[in-house]
Design a protein around this ligand. Sequence first.
Ligand code: SF4
Ligand code: SF4
Length: 479
Amino acid sequence: MQTGLEDQLGLYQKRIPVFTRSVKGKFRRFKTSVLVLAYAIYFLLPWLPWSRLDAPAQAVLFDLPGRRFLIFGLTVYPQNVVWLALLLFIAAILLFFITGLVGRAFCGYFCFQTLWTDFFIWIEHKIQGERPARVRLYRQPWDREKVLKVGGTHAAWILASFWTGLTFVAYFTYAPQLVADFFTGQAAAAAYITTSILTVSTYAAAGLMREQICTYVCPYGRFQSVMYEAETLAVHYDARRGEGAHGRASARAGQRTLAERHEKGLGDCVDCGLCVQVCPAGIDIRDGLQYKCISCGLCIDACNTIMDSFNFPRGLIRYDSEKNLAAPVPAAPRVEWKRLKTIGYGVALILMSAYLVYSIGTRGSYDRSVNQIRQPLYVVLSNGDIRNRYQIRITNKAGQDQTYVISASGIPAGALDLGNFREITVKPGHSGVVQASVRLSPELAEHTHRFELFITPKGNPGEARSETVRFDSPKGTHE
Ligand code: SF4
Ligand code: SF4
């Protein structure tokens, strides 16, 4: 049910097209650098060769049929799910940490939606021209020029979206083979379906919806405000300086210099509107901090350009904190990290990252488990001997077949019966199970409560591991 203002506005406002003007400055340069780096990694990584014995020579390959992720020299199996959990935890804490310090910096510089939208705007700019030309084109009737330019823009977007989708699929199969198969109609149906879905969603998100994804779809944009504190840096318009006593005003004759403006009680904002024209979210930062702002800093670059042209000090729009802006004389903005919450996030980040690195660095080439079969716990044989049974499971996490030798100590030679499996060969990423039994005389069983089972990878005795195992008998049951 809608009430009040929602009745008047509706929950979803009709999109007003945003025609961003290009801008130069340090935040624009930083955004471009991040974009180039991210694209280089995303689009080139599947083509990076990496020599392997048992898999295609691809540096990063998510080998679903083999149930493993191959990442350079690291092989990740489903058994390593704890690494994924740690990675997700680290990513979440990192997001909270950065948001607490510098607001939505992730949104403005690193988010996929921002990166792809930025690239699509660049395409639009190259084909249709700078902002005034694009506005003119938008308003003019459909003629040959408009059909060619708008059609060309959408065609280029669809091409970029298609290559984005195909690249994603290339992470799951050998990239050169995928491309050859894809265009000859021989690729798997899943490859065509996934590429199609990603082509459509990328085109819609980065070409058609753009800032609406951040406003209506992304949950982070809505809950990020709870992570803000008074000390958090965000993009702010210094209203006290910009508005002065009598508001902003254009820089016409008689109010061009700071001295003239201050004498008339005018603020430093010359109301040029450039900060609004460059904003990819289509907002006016002078209206105050808004949930639609993605903290991209482009309005800072725009305003600094204007300030330079009038010889006014820079920083009318800047990264600053509410606390500093409210001070009688604001100090130079700085990252305030000495806060309980930030320090807590930082410590959690360091600990989790260290544990992940340690866990990966000390990973073994196999996992093993030995379970005693408890029903029945023991069997008394016809000659009085006592028998216990065990299930030994070995998971090979190495990159090639591996043979394991199983032995025991603490019981007489010959007491361990492995059937036909003195040793077992396991394929990479697979598990092998051995049913073992131990048979002891009644006298020995009475005094044997535990013994050691050894698992030794053949040719790699340094990785031999032992498991202490219980032995139960009528006189020695240990629940
Ligand atoms: S208001 Fe400024 S920082 Fe916020 S989205 Fe617009 S240009 Fe980027
Ligand atoms: S760019 Fe700066 S001077 Fe121009 S309107 Fe925006 S805040 Fe005012």
